[in-house]
Structures are given as C-alpha cells and as structure tokens.
Design a protein around this ligand. Structure first.
Ligand code: HEM
Ligand code: NAG
Length: 318
C-alpha cells in the first residue's frame, strides 16, 4: 500500500518535470549574461535611425504592434515571401504601408556582431526598438520583457483577420483587441501610438470627404493635400506634432479632428469618450497606461523555450 502511493508520487513528479516549461516566462534580464551589449546596441541603432528620419520611430513602433497581433510577438511580420511563406508584408494592413524593415536588418546585424553570434531574436528586437523609438520621440520608457523566439511561419490570412482596419467602428475595434487579450483601456491607450507618425490619403479619404463627425476646418485642411480621386499615397500626420510623443492625438479627437475613422470612433459618444478626454489633458496618465499596455501587448503568445528559433536573418527562416 505504502509502496503503491510512493510509486504514484514518483510518477506524478516525473510527469510534472516532463511537462513544466521552466523557460516559458519572459524576463527583462534574458540577455544580461549571454550578451550584455545587446540592448545598448539596439538603442544606438534606433536613435541613429530616428535622428536621420523622425518618422522611423513611428514605423518601428507600428511593426511591433502588427507583429504581436498575428499569432503573437514572434517576428512573423518580418518574413519575406517564399514558396512556403505567405508573407504578412502582403496583408492589407502592411502592403505599401509597413516600413522600417531595413532598420530592423541593420539592428540585427549590429547586435549579432557585438554578441559574437545570433542570440537575440528578431521578435525581441522589435519589442525593444518600439520602446526605444517612443523614448527617442519624447515618450515614456518601460522595462521590456525578453526571451521571445522567432516563428518559422507567417500568415497573411491571420494578419488580414486580426490587425484592425482604419474603417472600423468602436465595437469592431474592441473585438479585435479582446481577441488578443487586450481590453478597452488597452485599445484607447495603445491607439495613442497615433501621437506619432503618418497615414496615407487612401486610409482617410472617405472620412474627410464624407463623414459628419469631423471639424469642417480640419476636413478642409486635409482635403488640400488629399484629393477625392488619386493621390492615394499622399501623407498626413496622425497628430499635429507627428514627431513628438505627446497628447496631441487625444486633444485632436476631442475636437473631432481624428484623421482615421477608427481614431474618431474612440471619441464619438461611446464608452471610451471619458478615457480619451482624460488622456487629452493628462500626459502622465496616458504615458503610464501606454507603457503598461505596451508590456501587455508584448506578452501576447511569445514562443519560448525550445519553440521557434533565433533567426540569423530576420527576413527568412534558418
Ligand atoms: C486601434 C486600431 C488601429 C488602427 C485601425 C490603425 C491603423 C493605422 C493606419 C491605417 C495607419 C496608416 C498607415 C499608412 O498610411 O500607411 C497607421 C499608422 C500608424 N499606427 Fe496604427 N492603427 C491602430 C492601432 C495602432 C497601435 C495599437 C499602434 C501602436 C501602439 C499604432 C501605431 C501606429 C503608428 C506609429 C503609425 C504611423 C506609422 C508611420 O508613420 O510609419 N497603431 N495605423
Ligand atoms: C463618398 O461616398 C460615396 C458614396 O458612398 C462614395 O462613392 C465616394 O467614393 C466617397 N468619396 C470618397 C472621397 O471617398
């Protein structure tokens, strides 16, 4: 009897050891021993890129978002198309829009050089570059969790089905975020990513010519560089100060000067109005919530332990 329960205990311990994944949790210290120069190197390359072109900070932040919303933060967005990879770069939200891939390549080669071998994942590079970009443009900092590994697959279909569209109303936006384990507060805080960067005319054309919840003077101003026919790639800032991480995006929303339909949806008489108003006058509250939600977004379904791989070239599977 005693020996039987001992056997049971033994079997249980063996089973637990076999199934526990001790390396599953991300940690800020992941590269401290294996390559202490990794993070300072990423920061240096990001700062140089943003110095050269302010918009690059916005583009790098967006890459991390578009990575995480498609089967987790696994650098799937960076894979180029091959006979077996249906590249996410060709998804609606990314085609002729996502940018910054050359900077990511540059970061990767410099990091691998200082580390002496490829130990830093492309997924972690995107997460750190997003943080360093925000800081470079005057935004808050946060501790980036590390240890994500890179996918060996990509899915254009999943990108199309998961990344929110600029033509969505509030309920659809809430659903896309909740599908990722992100709540309505995360939606509003993270949409604050639009305090920096630009959008192309085709994404806001219908809004500035056809919608009524828009400041007429703002609509006219945008119409002057975004014609009703053609000019689809002409840029307009998502925020009046597109190179500064401030509260301009939210103050604009309160004035019905949101550029995208999905931006104004956050302040259109619905449940998120109050939070938009709070952020519009409280940079501290926005910054703190943005940082918190960025960490939460960065934790979406990472590949850890023996899953995935550390890519040598972020654009292709090893
Ligand atoms: C809430 C749903 C969202 C929608 C519908 C949306 C949509 C868009 C669209 C259409 C653009 C313009 C792209 C172009 O014209 O090529 C854009 C740009 C941008 N988005 Fe979002 N976005 C959303 C959320 C986010 C989030 C959560 C972040 C980051 C935390 C973010 C960061 C950015 C940045 C920084 C840019 C400017 C990129 C650049 O200038 O290169 N967006 N977004
Ligand atoms: C405005 O709406 C009409 C009717 O839906 C549409 O045909 C037209 O293309 C829209 N205009 C713009 C500039 O998007």
């Amino acid at each position: 009897m005693a020996s039987r329960s001992l056997l049971c205990l033994y079997a249980f311990v063996l089973f637990s050891l076999a199934t526990a994944d001790f390396s599953a949790a991300l940690s800020p210290y992941f590269y401290n021993k294996v390559c202490p120069k990794a993070l300072p190197t990423i920061k240096r390359v990001v700062e140089a890129a943003v110095q050269k072109e302010k918009r690059m900070g916005a583009s790098l932040l967006r890459l991390h978002f578009h990575d995480c919303f498609v089967n987790g933060c696994d650098a799937s967005i960076l894979l180029d198309a091959t006979s077996t990879i249906d590249s996410e770069k060709n998804a609606g939200a990314n085609a002729n829009s996502a940018r910054g891939f050359n900077v990511v390549d540059d970061i990767k080669s410099q990091v691998d050089k200082v580390c002496g071998r490829p130990v830093v994942s492309c997924a972690d590079i995107l997460a750190v570059a997003a943080r360093d970009s925000v800081v470079a443009l005057g935004g808050p900092s946060w501790t980036v969790q590390l240890g994500r590994r890179d996918s060996t697959t990509a899915s254009r279909t999943d990108a199309n089905n998961n990344i929110p569209s600029p033509f969505m109303d509030l309920p659809a936006l809430i659903t896309r975020f909740s599908n990722q384990g992100l709540d309505t507060k995360d939606l509003v805080a993270l949409s604050g990513g639009h305090v920096i960067g630009f959008a192309q005319c085709n994404f806001f054309k219908n809004r500035i010519y056809n919608e009524s919840n828009i400041d007429p003077a703002f609509a006219r101003a945008r119409q002057s560089t975004c014609p009703p026919n053609g000019g689809d790639t002409k840029l307009a800032p998502l925020d009046p100060t597109a190179a500064r991480f401030d509260t301009g995006y939210f103050t604009n929303l309160v004035k019905r000067r949101g550029l995208l339909h999905s931006d104004q949806a956050l302040f259109n008489g619905g449940s998120t109005d109050t939070l938009v108003k709070t952020y519009s006058t409280n940079f501290g509250a926005f910054s703190a919530d943005f940082a918190k939600s960025m960490v939460k977004m960065g934790n979406i379904k990472p590949l850890t332990g023996k899953k995935g791989q550390i890519r040598v070239n972020c654009r292709k599977v090893n």
